[in-house]
Write a protein that binds this ligand. Structure first.
Ligand SMILES: NC(=O)c1ccc[n+]([C@@H]2O[C@H](COP(=O)([O-])OP(=O)(O)OC[C@H]3O[C@@H](n4cnc5c(N)ncnc54)[C@H](O)[C@@H]3O)[C@@H](O)[C@H]2O)c1
Ligand SMILES: O=C(O)C(=O)C[C@]1(C(=O)O)C=C[C@@H](O)C=C1
Length: 313
């Protein structure tokens, strides 16, 4: 049995993550009032027609006024300007958080604009799909998935606990870590995999000896999975690679070295090296499935059942 955890939640940006939070707040009755603000009138109108909130604002400051929780649900590159815009309107004691996929850069971008009398608790739900826009959200997105919070050392513990309660009420599991550690971990489990997907789909599309229609016609499920990831939002991912540059480059160096070893194993017919690696990686997949962390597959299945879902914001 859940109860109202915040009196007024302001959601800034209402795409996949913002709308999933809105649906959770409403369905689970976690907020007294849901105020929604976003950049484009058209997106706001679509959010309203989906009945995602209680009030809709083109003026960001108006949306956050009186809110005890403000959640930035926008691409990482938009966080600094938006924080500067809303900072003067934040209520004393409010918790301000975000859902950005990179944390170090978000902290550096937001912190200088924030008044001392609010609690800044950056966050990141490790849950998503390749869809964007207010129509893409759904209730189960965060269920049994991790959300990472990266509060600064001097942050009020009660504020962190309140935000943790909210994520848990939305079905998530919560872990706290430093922004830098978050960025390093996410570089290898999320950012580099996306780069690989963008790259392989781009390479296939550029092949002179294989036609576009053959790529589409013969794409087996392995390649198809890459195309799903490579359909992810261009703005969001541009911002991620520009703001988590160091960690991504570090992981790419390791990745390239390991890829070169695989290339060598294939060239010299070293079947044992290939077999050993594939055995280790199969065990990793099986432990992820055993831990119940493969719900993205379930989400993907769910989205496929709704083929008419618009993908644009
Ligand atoms: N999509 C995912 O899988 C996923 C998962 C976890 C976290 N995130 C993070 O969540 C954030 C939002 O991602 P999303 O998937 O919901 O994106 P989305 O594209 O579905 O929605 C983004 C929203 O931000 C608004 N917006 C964009 N630029 C803006 C600007 N300059 N000023 C004001 N509003 C602006 C858009 O109108 C839209 O309402 C990103 O920071 C992303 O890194 C995404
Ligand atoms: O399943 C997907 O489509 C995702 O890419 C989700 C995913 C991920 O890499 O796991 C993407 C970026 C977010 O920051 C968090 C989650």
């Amino acid at each position: 049995m859940t109860s109202v955890l915040f009196q007024r939640v302001a959601l800034i940006g209402i795409g996949l993550i913002g709308s999933s939070i809105a649906i959770n707040l409403r369905e689970r009755k976690l907020a007294g009032h849901i105020a929604i603000a976003t950049r484009r009138k058209d997106t706001l109108d679509r959010a309203q027609s989906l009945d995602l909130g209680d009030s809709y604002h083109e003026d960001f400051a108006e949306a956050v006024a009186g809110a005890d929780l403000v959640v930035l649900c926008v691409p990482v590159g938009a966080c600094a300007a938006l924080t500067a815009l809303i900072a003067p309107a934040l209520a004393p004691g409010a918790i301000i958080t975000d859902v950005g996929s990179v944390k170090g850069a978000v902290v550096s971008a937001m912190l200088p604009h924030l008044p001392a009398n609010v609690h800044f608790v950056p966050g990141h739900p490790i849950a998503g799909t390749e869809q964007s826009g207010p129509e893409a959200g759904f209730l189960e997105l965060f269920e049994n998935r991790w959300t990472i919070l990266t509060p600064l050392e001097n942050c009020d513990k009660a504020a962190v606990a309140r935000l943790q309660n909210l994520w848990e009420a939305m079905g998530a599991m919560v872990e706290v870590m430093s922004p830098d550690h978050h960025d390093l971990v996410l570089a290898i489990v999320s950012h580099v995999p996306h780069l690989i997907a963008y790259n392989i789909v781009g390479t296939a599309a550029d092949l002179e000896t294989v036609t576009q229609s053959e790529v589409i016609k013969f794409s087996a499920s392995g390649f198809r999975d890459f195309t799903r990831i490579a359909a992810s939002d261009p703005t969001m991912w541009r911002d991620i690679f520009l703001t988590n540059r160091e960690a991504v480059l570090e992981m790419l160096t390791r990745f390239s070295e390991d890829l070169a070893s695989l290339q060598r194993a294939i060239r010299w017919g070293d079947g044992d090296a290939l077999f050993d690696l594939f055995t280790r990686t199969r065990a990793i997949r099986r432990s992820i499935v055993a831990a119940g962390q493969d719900t993205a597959d379930a989400n993907f299945g769910r989205l496929r059942q709704h083929k008419d879902l618009p993908g644009q914001q």
